[in-house]
Design a protein around this ligand. Sequence first.
Ligand SMILES: Cc1cc2nc3c(=O)[nH]c(=O)nc-3n(C[C@H](O)[C@H](O)[C@H](O)COP(=O)(O)OP(=O)(O)OC[C@H]3O[C@@H](n4cnc5c(N)ncnc54)[C@H](O)[C@@H]3O)c2cc1C
Length: 428
Amino acid sequence: MTVTVTPQGLWATTGASVQLAPLPTGDISAEVAIIGGGFTGLSAALHLAEQGVDVVVLEAEAPGWGASGRNGGQVIAGLKLDPREMTAAFGRDRGQALHRMGAATADLVYSLIERYQIRCEAHRDGWLQAAHSQPVLKSIAARVTDLQAQGEDVEYLDQDRLAALTGTTYYRGAMLDRRCGTVQPLSYARGLAAAATASGARLIHDTRVHKLTRNGTFWHLQTNRQEVRARQVLIATNAYLGDLYPALKTAMIPIESIQIATDPLPADLDRKVLPSRLPVSDMMDLGVYLRRDDEGRFIIGGRGSLTGTAGSKLFDELARSATLLYPALKPSDFTSRWGGRLALTRDHLPRLVTLEGGLHAAYGCNGRGVALMTMMGKLAADRLRGIAQDELPVATLPPKYYPLHGLRLPAMMAVQRFQRLRRAFARG
Ligand SMILES: Cc1cc2nc3c(=O)[nH]c(=O)nc-3n(C[C@H](O)[C@H](O)[C@H](O)COP(=O)(O)OP(=O)(O)OC[C@H]3O[C@@H](n4cnc5c(N)ncnc54)[C@H](O)[C@@H]3O)c2cc1C
């Protein structure tokens, strides 16, 4: 068996092709410069270009090279916090505004796919959030009630109905959220890039921004190729920020998530392994997420190494989780593996912030970036077009920095090691 390991793994094999414009020579001026060509940057560029704004995207590698081209492709509506939690934290009006924004994220993705005819294996048949333990099941049932009270199209499924859809009896119940679905993430990112370019945005690949300096009303961006001058800048690098703007580093924790995929499953396994092809996220037990693709592969993802260097042990552990759910699968069925980085924030909510005059940043997907960061890109475009921060649904979310940021990662690593040990003992 050959295991293929590339940055975007399976998605690079099945992804739509991408056309990159020839690299420009000489310095560049634009009204807006966006750093990072993932969902956030590309969505911002598209929405700005649609409004006739002169915008350039600077991407260190290629569109979708970061988390956007590597993720599970689960298009999940909503934020990590439930409506009642947001109302309790921010008051009725602001809490409701955040809820409505979160609820609209998947609509935005599917409307862009429709409007720009993006070919990305798009499906919208629902998403299952599954629970293994009774306490988690209780919290899922409460979430269903809360979301139904807001008029959202969600439903509680008991173990039997869930097992019929998933082919596993491992979980005790789930929420079926019909607002959600799946895409081939790299194809979606490349489709957004094509849509932004067709709308007038300039997309410059292989161009890493090293330094940002302000001179009067302009920002000067030093890259490995040329200097770029812009009145406004959006940092859309999320967990791949690196050392570009050190103060922003302490507002998020970058963590790794990894995935493995089989070849297209033969007929007998096709009927046993996730037969409904609905995507599933496991809430707080194995910490895995699963799906199928259009050619019938089975794909499972889970926690990677907190240092971003997942070794074969973690991939093997993920394959073991897959066989726990589906004993008909074998670890050797998984023929590709890959991983990427995503950014956590302290309160699990995303951010759109103004760091200095004309310098903005959007970040913090907390594992839900396909739909959410597409929306954050649109909101960033609104902000860059001059809409006041206060009028945006994310208005009440100033940056929240992690105190003792440097100690967070070692502490999280210790907790992760403990959880792994506990699971290993529990499985015997
Ligand atoms: C393995 C994995 C699985 C996931 N699964 C899901 C899922 O199923 N559903 C879901 O909703 N979310 C999922 N996520 C989260 C989701 O992928 C991210 O939230 C989302 O892609 C973030 O998009 P982004 O554009 O903000 O950042 P990214 O896509 O990470 O893009 C940042 C870009 O910035 C560029 N860059 C960085 N520094 C510079 C610089 N100095 N100059 C120029 N360019 C620079 C990078 O090259 C990169 O392309 C997953 C994430 C991972 C890693």
